[in-house]
Design a protein around this ligand. Structure first.
Ligand code: T46
Length: 133
């Protein structure tokens, strides 16, 4: 499975907007968890880990963030700069989130409950797992 952008339909009127993420093309799994992250200093980064099984969809609910995804062979950079575009992150990607604009809040839909055993927090362990298939 490849990481990819997902388009988020946004319905706007003079009272504001509503964005929807739901099954099918828009959301490739049934979410079990939602969490959100904010207050990240501009010079800080988060992440620096990978997941064995977890799938996630990340949204910049406000502000913007750069997400670097490394599948063990290649590194790709994704930019989320509004809620109209989300990022689908399959298992097996080392992710680093950086360059948070001031007041950025990201929301994350996750396919599983929080489980520390699903994490690779050491890059060498992640690479070994990728190389051994
Ligand atoms: C990811 C990026 C985008 C929980 O107790 N429950 C949770 O659901 C999560 C996500 C975290 N935590 C605890 C575990 C740590 O004590 O919150 C603390 C910070 O977690 P972490 O260092 O993993 O946070 P980030 O921002 O580096 O990474 C998180 C997710 O863990 C990760 O899956 O992709 O956000």
């Amino acid at each position: 499975m490849e990481a990819r952008y997902l388009q988020v339909p946004i319905l706007s009127d003079r009272f504001g907007f509503i964005g929807v993420v739901e099954g099918g093309e828009n959301l490739p799994f049934a979410p079990k968890r939602f969490y959100f992250i904010g207050g990240v200093p501009e010079d800080a980064s988060r992440g620096s880990h990978a997941h064995r099984e977890l799938q996630q969809v990340i949204l910049a609910l406000s502000g913007s963030v750069v997400i670097e995804l490394d599948n063990g062979d290649t590194v790709r950079e994704f930019v989320l700069d509004g809620p109209h575009t989300a990022l689908y992150v399959p298992p097996g990607y080392w992710r680093t989130l950086r360059s948070f604009a001031p007041n950025t809040v990201i929301g994350v839909l996750a396919s599983k409950e929080y489980d520390e055993a699903d994490y690779f927090r050491a890059y060498q362990d992640f690479l070994k797992w990728k190389r051994n298939g």
